[in-house]
Ligand binder design. Sequence first.
Ligand code: GLN
Length: 205
Amino acid sequence: MAGKPRVGVLALQGDVREHVRVLQGLGADARPVRRPDELAGVDGLILPGGESSVIDKLARAFGMREPLCAAIADGLPVFGTCAGLILLADRIDGGIEGQQTFGGLDARVARNAFGSQTASFETDLDVPALGAPLVHAAFIRAPVVVEWGPDATPLASLPDGRVVAIEQGALLGTAFHPESTGETRFHARFLDRVRVRSGAGAPAL
Ligand code: GLN
């Protein structure tokens, strides 16, 4: 089946519009996802940046937590940025009382890892899997990956060695926000996974 990959952006809270714009620019059929029936209609999902504890609570309130966990376990390609990376991780440090994640990524992620002194910063990252040029990355109250399992592969680290991008099968996570700096290569990599999953080839001309 050729055609545009259908990709959802979880739209409970966070920077949904930026992701929709990048996905549309890459030729995807991108739409916000708030309800289980909307989730059932997509071949891939982005978990945006925002506030992971709020997205967790809203997902439970909207009956989205279980369908999301089930879809991820079933192999749905998912790309999480910042709060989205936290929500993808099986284990978190620094969650609020009772905070849960959707899980799927065999990793432990520390929330707000840069403290209040350097809550936000931008830097250029070498991401060998993406090649040249360097990735200009914006970190906003960002997490880091502190531990990962054998099936997960770190894609990028800061100069101090802390891992800020990681991949495991159809799951991709970045501690920073490619959607806000014009960086499209992570989204393109994610869309490749979505096309494999959906059986959609190159867009029909
Ligand atoms: N600090 C936020 C959290 O814990 C993440 C920040 C972001 O997504 N920019 O969810």
